[in-house]
Design a protein around this ligand. Structure first.
Ligand SMILES: [Zn+2]
Length: 389
């Protein structure tokens, strides 16, 4: 089957007047300029817009899909977390329905693969049957409290073991520098025996760096209020990302998520520590929670590999990578659309170790095909995405 399109993004560049040939399973058989098509007797479908590979969402929490509109916007990270903690448990039926609906929404909106944070086993059944390829990050935290480390590890280890038993792609990961003790980092390192992708929330709020650099700030009161005062906590005199680098195993591939406070110096230090680093931006969640965005220019200056995530419906209005791209470009129109398309596809596929089959329209891959309608070079604000294959 042949598709012809005004524009085609192949994972690297935008080609005008292009074609792609796919088999019935969506595998790419050929791709190129329409002029190169020698046989003019073929039947084809002509499309208006930009044809592109399926999106890769490198940061989601599918299990939180039932929390839409439950926490206020614009309060800052710590009040946001308190807001989440104060919600009562939802019914299982409601949780499972929201997981099902959002998996379907992401698929219909062109998302091919998802890096999904999981603290529980609620999403396992959906992941077994979904058309989306998931890598589940089994997330662990002990609230920086040594007395909770062993119990926290046991609890999340059980979740990890269930994922492994179901042969679902998964790895054990730390939640964030401000919630994980050195001992829990070590347990996580021991759990991931072969090279995998590790995801961690990083530098999402000013208080995070204040805690590590000065041993002060809003986290002290936050933990006192939880009756877990940070009595033994030692400031490290460096930003929080250095605490991660000090305690995590550099043999793995990393996705640092959020990075709204990350400086060019931090980026350079991390890329010095490990060449296999991806920086995931979740702009709508950043605006929802803290009303700020990362300084994208710092990442570009450091040749950082960027990816895009939706985060969860607790802190977003929808789970759509195209909507995240629009937000980035609305406030940073100096960024090239081709660059954003790479963040949304091939970079994400590499970050999840799925680049052999996803992320670009290349012969032999099965990346999914998405048509972006109302596409103009330089303006994506009116675009909508439709899945073709
Ligand atoms: Zn998150």
């Amino acid at each position: 089957m042949y598709f012809l399109a005004d524009f085609l993004f192949d994972g690297n560049q935008i080609i005008s007047n292009a074609f792609v040939e796919v088999d019935t399973d969506g595998r790419i058989l050929a791709v190129g300029k329409v002029d190169e098509l020698k046989d003019n007797t073929i039947s084809y479908q002509k499309l208006d817009g930009l044809l592109m590979p399926g999106f890769v969402n490198t940061h989601c929490h599918l299990e939180l899909s039932h929390m839409e509109n439950k926490v206020s916007t614009g309060t800052g990270l710590l009040p946001f977390i308190k807001g989440v903690m104060s919600l009562r448990e939802s019914e299982d039926k409601e949780i499972l329905k929201a997981i099902h609906d959002q998996d379907q929404y992401m698929w219909e909106n062109g998302i091919q693969a998802v890096g999904d944070i999981s603290n529980k086993t609620d999403t396992i059944e959906k992941k077994k049957s979904s058309s989306i390829i998931y890598h589940s990050f089994i997330e662990m935290f002990d609230l920086l409290s040594p007395k909770l480390t062993e119990r926290a590890y046991e609890q999340y280890r059980q979740v990890y073991d269930k994922y492994q038993a179901e042969e679902l792609r998964s790895s054990a990961v730390p939640h964030a520098p401000y919630t994980v003790t050195q001992d829990l980092f070590q347990q996580i390192n021991k759990t991931n025996t072969t090279k995998t992708t590790i995801s961690i929330h990083n530098q999402e709020t000013e208080a995070e760096d204040q805690l590590f650099i000065l041993g002060k700030g809003a986290f002290l009161t936050f933990y006192e209020d939880l009756n877990l005062p940070l009595n033994n906590f030692q400031a490290t005199y460096e930003s929080s990302i250095h605490y991660i680098m000090k305690h995590m195993d550099p043999k793995h591939r990393y996705i640092f998520v959020h990075n709204t406070q990350t400086t060019e110096h931090d980026i350079a230090a991390a890329q010095n520590w490990n060449e296999d680093i991806y920086w995931c931006t979740c702009p709508n969640a950043n605006l929802y929670i803290e009303n700020r965005l990362p300084n994208y220019q710092s990442f570009i200056n450091q040749n950082a590999k960027m990816t895009i995530g939706t985060d969860s419906l607790t802190s977003n209005w929808q789970l759509s990578i195209l909507e995240e791209m629009k937000t980035i470009h609305r406030f940073n129109s100096y960024l090239e659309i081709t660059e954003l398309l790479k963040w949304a596809t091939i970079n994400g596929a590499e970050a999840l170790g799925l680049q052999n089959s996803l992320g670009s329209i290349s012969v032999g891959k099965n990346p999914g095909l998405v048509l972006v309608e109302n596409f103009e070079i330089g303006n994506i604000q009116n675009c909508t995405a439709i899945r073709l294959a």
